[in-house]
Design a protein around this ligand. Structure first.
Ligand code: DAH
Length: 342
């Protein structure tokens, strides 16, 4: 009988130390100790060998042992919770892994800012596909097949059907808007565009633009200038100066490029402004009558202005990023610098 009591003590210790990291191990515990051929049952069977005068005392010890094994089983069941995960050995008091808060990509920050400035002027946002057909990207924008201006916008064509291409500019969205909507039209079109360029610090095979289009009766070049002047002041502050230079785009007549005074050197001359004190930020002009006619809009009744700017260029001036490749390399050290910017 003393031997039996000792054995029970040992078993209790064994049970106490039993650890389970899976439902399988918990089940193994049940079978070993509480099963029909298990240890508890087995020891209960010893009762018959106990002298009558000690049966009561031993009965109590046995009962206690049984309850002890059962409650351990309940505990194991709860902690492994039917799964095979290592939860029994988890130290719940350890501090948790911090959840990193991401940040917006610098190009998204700048695009959002551009969009919000034009929204305040009553422009709506329009989007179009990046895989375009020749008509919307070139033809409708007054760039027929043999037009020399196409040379500057070589892109990626789909081998089987070269009338499909990756759009070279967001001007294609102008075409899609005019196709669907009649004047007055007042939209901006942010998006990604593609060109067949060798990738370097100053050129990439894809970049981002925001296009603008305003068509109504009596829209003039003065409206164009005032709108863009407002934009620049909102984007870069009241001190920035602008200048327009005559230029050529097949889809506008007259056309102009707009420069702003260099924000990096304050107009004194640096690498970014190529020592001129001015940086080009966009192309613009009055929508060509031919383009209006392509969409059944009467050029004698309606006039309009359009512009297109590069988001990377604006971001370069705002954040002084001097290598275009950084925007798409996913280098976390670069991206982290924009944490907290909204
Ligand atoms: N699409 C031109 C480009 O990618 C930019 C541009 C110039 C857009 C003048 C316009 C515009 O809407 O009027 O170089």
């Amino acid at each position: 009988m003393e031997e039996l009591v000792q054995q029970i003590e040992q078993l209790k210790q064994e049970i106490n130390e039993y650890q389970s990291v899976s439902a399988e191990l918990t089940e193994a515990f049940r079978i070993k100790y509480l099963g029909t051929k298990g240890i508890v049952k087995n020891i209960m069977g010893e009762m018959k060998n106990v002298p009558n005068d000690r049966k009561k005392e031993f009965g109590q010890i046995l009962n206690e042992f049984k309850v002890f094994a059962e409650s351990k089983y309940e505990f194991l069941k709860e902690s492994t919770n039917g799964s095979t995960k290592a939860s029994a050995t988890i130290d719940w008091s350890l501090p948790g892994d911090p959840v990193g808060v991401g940040s917006r990509h610098p190009l998204s920050l700048v695009r959002n800012q551009i969009v919000s400035i034009f929204k305040r002027l009553g422009f709506a946002v329009a989007e179009g596909p990046e895989i375009e057909d020749d008509w919307h990207n070139f033809g409708a924008m007054n760039l027929p097949e043999d037009h020399p201006a196409r040379d500057m916008q070589d892109t990626f064509y789909i081998h089987k059907d070269p009338s499909w291409l990756l759009r070279t500019h967001t001007s294609s969205v102008q075409a899609r808007v005019m196709e669907k909507q009649k004047p007055p039209i007042r939209v901006i079109c942010p998006g990604r565009v593609y060109r067949n360029e060798t990738v370097s610090a100053r050129a990439h095979c894809f970049f981002h633009q925001v296009e603008g289009l305003y068509i109504d009766e009596h829209v003039s070049f003065a409206d164009l200038k005032q709108t863009l002047y407002f934009f620049v002041q909102e984007m870069f502050g009241k001190d920035v100066k602008v200048r327009f230079r005559p230029s050529y785009f097949p889809f506008t007549e007259p056309s102009a490029e707009m420069d702003i005074s260099c924000l990096i050197c304050g107009g004194e001359g640096c690498n970014v402004c190529k020592h001129t004190g001015w940086v080009e930020i966009l192309g613009s002009g009055m929508v060509h009558p031919k383009v209006l006619e392509n969409f059944g809009i009467d050029p004698n009744k309606y006039t309009g202005f359009a512009f297109g700017m590069g988001v990377e260029r604006i971001a370069q001036l705002k954040y002084q990023v001097n290598d275009l490749r950084l925007y798409s390399q996913n280098d976390i050290r670069f991206l982290k610098q924009f944490t907290g910017a909204v």
